[in-house]
Design a protein around this ligand. Structure first.
Ligand SMILES: [Fe+2]
Ligand SMILES: [Fe+2]
Length: 275
């Protein structure tokens, strides 16, 4: 059972005067990445082939991710009636393929690792949609982002609970867990988001340049965050790798993450301005 449906959104409250073009550009990119969740669901089904409970949960999860994409896409078309979600998504699918589409085993080396990587993604998405909900002025988008953020927090818990179960069997060490987590966080600057930003926003015929696209995306996305969003994500990341999500170490880690994000944002802003 999904926790909400697209028709639950009060679409008639849409206020075009309150659309922020910077946020609209981000929503167009997010719509495509979310809708692509169905491919990730297929991959998880193969990796966890002999675990019917998890496979059922992964199927429900991927349907929720697709709904995130469809809802964001519908909102973006309201905000920009000239934008064609289907056409943009087709371009995205034609040019970007999940690198793990053919994998039979987890590309993270273990099922625990796979689930830690999923926890990293859900830490990122839950904090991101919370930040977008707080930054947006348009009332329908605020509601949509709150609904999606609540799903993403539940997704984190889902993957975290299964990860704990596998960890008792696979017993992978803390350093390996940290390496997997850090690796997945670093992948956020790969093509998945950058190419979605390009397909959603570049004029037809514009050549794709990764550096320009990821700077365009990240410079805007990172501007949405406030410290408390980053602190919450940091706590979730620590918890997923088996470290305490509170106390002195947490405070140091949250401040370091915030500082790192601010300096990355400056770098991306500089690249985006140049481009
Ligand atoms: Fe999502
Ligand atoms: Fe999610």
């Amino acid at each position: 059972m999904k926790h909400w449906r697209m028709d639950d959104v009060a679409w008639d409250r849409f206020d075009g005067a309150k659309v922020d073009p910077e946020i609209l550009a981000l929503v167009k990119a997010a719509a495509m990445v979310e809708r692509n969740g169905i491919d990730y669901g297929t991959y998880l089904n193969r990796v966890f082939a002999d675990d019917p409970d998890f496979r059922a949960a992964a199927d429900r999860w991927s349907l929720e991710e697709v709904q995130h994409g469809d809802t964001l896409g519908r909102w973006a078309m309201l905000a920009d009636p000239s934008w064609d979600f289907e056409a943009a998504f087709e371009r995205y699918k034609a040019g970007y393929h999940l690198p793990l589409l053919e994998a039979e085993k987890s590309v993270r080396g273990s099922r625990t690792g796979e689930l830690i990587a999923r926890c990293m993604v859900e830490s990122g998405t839950s904090s991101y949609y919370s930040a977008l909900a707080d930054a947006a002025q348009e009332p329908v988008l605020r509601d949509i982002c709150r609904l999606i953020a609540a799903d993403e927090f539940r997704h984190f818990k889902l993957f975290y609970d299964h990860m704990k179960r596998y960890l008792t069997r696979e017993r992978i060490g803390i350093w390996r867990r940290i390496r997997i987590a850090a690796g997945r966080i670093g992948e956020s600057e790969d093509d998945e988001l950058a190419y979605a930003f390009y397909c959603g926003n570049a004029a037809p015929g514009t050549p794709y340049r990764h550096e320009k696209a990821i700077a365009g995306y990240m410079s805007r996305a990172m501007t949405m965050y406030r410290y408390h969003h980053m602190a919450r994500a940091t706590g979730m990341i620590l918890k997923a790798v088996g470290l305490r999500p509170h106390g002195r170490f947490f405070t140091v880690a949250a401040r370091a993450a915030w500082w790192l994000m601010c300096s990355r944002r400056q770098k991306f802003l500089a690249v985006a301005r140049e481009a």
